[in-house]
Design a protein around this ligand. Sequence first.
Ligand SMILES: CC(=O)N[C@H]1[C@@H](OP(=O)(O)OP(=O)(O)OC[C@H]2O[C@@H](n3ccc(=O)[nH]c3=O)[C@H](O)[C@@H]2O)O[C@H](CO)[C@@H](O)[C@@H]1O[C@H](C)C(=O)N[C@@H](C)C(=O)N[C@H](CCC(=O)O)C(=O)O
Ligand SMILES: Nc1ncnc2c1ncn2[C@@H]1O[C@H](COP(=O)(O)OP(=O)(O)OP(=O)(O)O)[C@@H](O)[C@H]1O
Ligand SMILES: N[C@H](CCC[C@H](N)C(=O)O)C(=O)O
Ligand SMILES: [Mg+2]
Length: 486
Amino acid sequence: MHFVNLVGGLKAEIVGKTNIDISGIAYDSRQVNPGDLFVAIPGFKTDGHQFINQAVSSGAAALVVTDRNVRADVPVVYVDNSRKALAFLAANFYGHPSHALKVFGVTGTNGKTTTCHLLREVFSQQGYKVGVMGTIGNWLGTQRMNTARTTPESLEIQKMFRDMVDSGVSHVVMEVSSHALELHRVDQVNFRSAVFTNLSQDHLDFHENLEEYLQAKGKLFKGLTGDALAIINMDDMGSFRHLQEVTQVPIITYGRHKDAIFKAENIVLSRDGVTFDISYREQKLPVALHTPGLFSVYNALAAATVALEEGVEPGAVSSALADVLGVSGRFQRVDCGQEFTVIVDYAHTPDSLKNILVTAEEFVSGRLITVFGCGGDRDKAKRPLMGEVAAKNSDLTVVTSDNPRSEEPEDIISDILPGVKAYTENYRVIEDRRQAIHYAVSQAKAGDMVVIAGKGHETYQEIKGQVFPFDDREVVKDVLRGQISC
Ligand SMILES: CC(=O)N[C@H]1[C@@H](OP(=O)(O)OP(=O)(O)OC[C@H]2O[C@@H](n3ccc(=O)[nH]c3=O)[C@H](O)[C@@H]2O)O[C@H](CO)[C@@H](O)[C@@H]1O[C@H](C)C(=O)N[C@@H](C)C(=O)N[C@H](CCC(=O)O)C(=O)O
Ligand SMILES: Nc1ncnc2c1ncn2[C@@H]1O[C@H](COP(=O)(O)OP(=O)(O)OP(=O)(O)O)[C@@H](O)[C@H]1O
Ligand SMILES: N[C@H](CCC[C@H](N)C(=O)O)C(=O)O
Ligand SMILES: [Mg+2]
């Protein structure tokens, strides 16, 4: 692409000759190919400006920088914010593909992945080719691609949108994390609609406090334009009020609140699922889900609201929701015919852990045994809170490691323990997650339930910067294999 077309419209000062072609964009010097434009990002850990020489020696044809002192033999584009510029340039480079797609963004602390996958099923059953971007992977129709982030960097997003358009995708459901909103990853995305699930404590390592966390989420709604809709959970009243203030587009509410436009009524919770009615605009739509818990009602209601607003026939919405047997690592049973229940779940916040344990508690006839830890290099304030939730809602709590990342596993456990000790003496600390799962499962008797929380679909464990293969579900099967044929 010609350099002038690429940077056209970007608020910037340009020094150097502009009559060049750009073959690609890179924001990491290690990824630069000859002819690329290198965008230097001042980051949290290091500064992309330090790698300019490396980028140029790898063949960078031009640079985007924020540091006015940078001088180079290639053209230099001076901008105020390089993440913003990256999003702008990526959208230009790939031809603004989101304008040729219906992109539905889902944000909130919990329920994004689940809501997206429910919505994916509804749209797929309509015969649309659906794109998905989120925690458990990215999909172009049925083709799955791995992902490291819930919401990738703007460059990857725009490239994926381009591939989606080129392969016939019409609808995209994507999780939009607060990190993505704060770091301009979705700046140039043309959202058809945005969904808000809920807000509770998480990521206070990244956001100053809950207000700032909410403000980051609000950016998704602030950016909506045209005939986009803001689809908001009205039961989270504090967040609802904020989002209502910041958005300029029509608001569609859902929830159990009496004033919600799409209202869940007649909710019946059971061990194997949930049934409820969606009452909206003088109509009633019965829904049956295979996942239990009140939180499942919210996810399905959010997905149904989007689909119904898009004009999907109501019967098709409820039948697609009924066809979803579950989402990988979300309240996933590991069943080898044992006499007790084992659930692997991705709850890694105080609120989600509480939801999952309250749901489990309701249907367990015996003891509830919980295994969990907390991620390293993440919100430390949630650790004792998760300890408290586990202790209050379990008969036996096994505190272990999640992904300690660069932290000492025992330090993380020490942060969790005050919360546990304040509510129970029935706990064990087993730092090694495999051993912790072995212990918990071996303690279970007929009628008991073991909940293994925090890692859900993950197939790795990161300890001291090293990534090892690890899958809670496989570890459970290994233990059960020793007891019964599995
Ligand atoms: C906190 C956060 O989001 N950090 C993101 C941020 O990293 P950073 O600012 O620290 O980058 P840095 O390491 O200082 O490097 C600065 C720049 O120098 C470049 N560099 C670096 C080294 C080198 O040799 N050459 C080079 O050019 C880097 O590519 C980067 O552009 O920008 C990077 C480039 O886009 C991201 O990869 C990185 O995600 C990190 C790895 C991360 O763990 N993010 C998590 C917390 C995250 O985004 N999570 C959300 C939330 C999930 C949820 O809601 O639960 C998600 O969407 O996944
Ligand atoms: N609507 C909800 N409200 C509260 N908790 C929920 C809800 N839906 C799911 N959960 C709980 O949160 C966990 C994570 O769910 P899910 O993966 O759908 O959320 P997410 O928002 O995508 O999370 P992440 O931010 O990690 O990507 C589930 O395993 C479950 O324990
Ligand atoms: N997207 C979340 C996932 C947390 C999952 C948990 N297993 C952990 O590693 O902390 C985060 O990056 O904070
Ligand atoms: Mg997710």
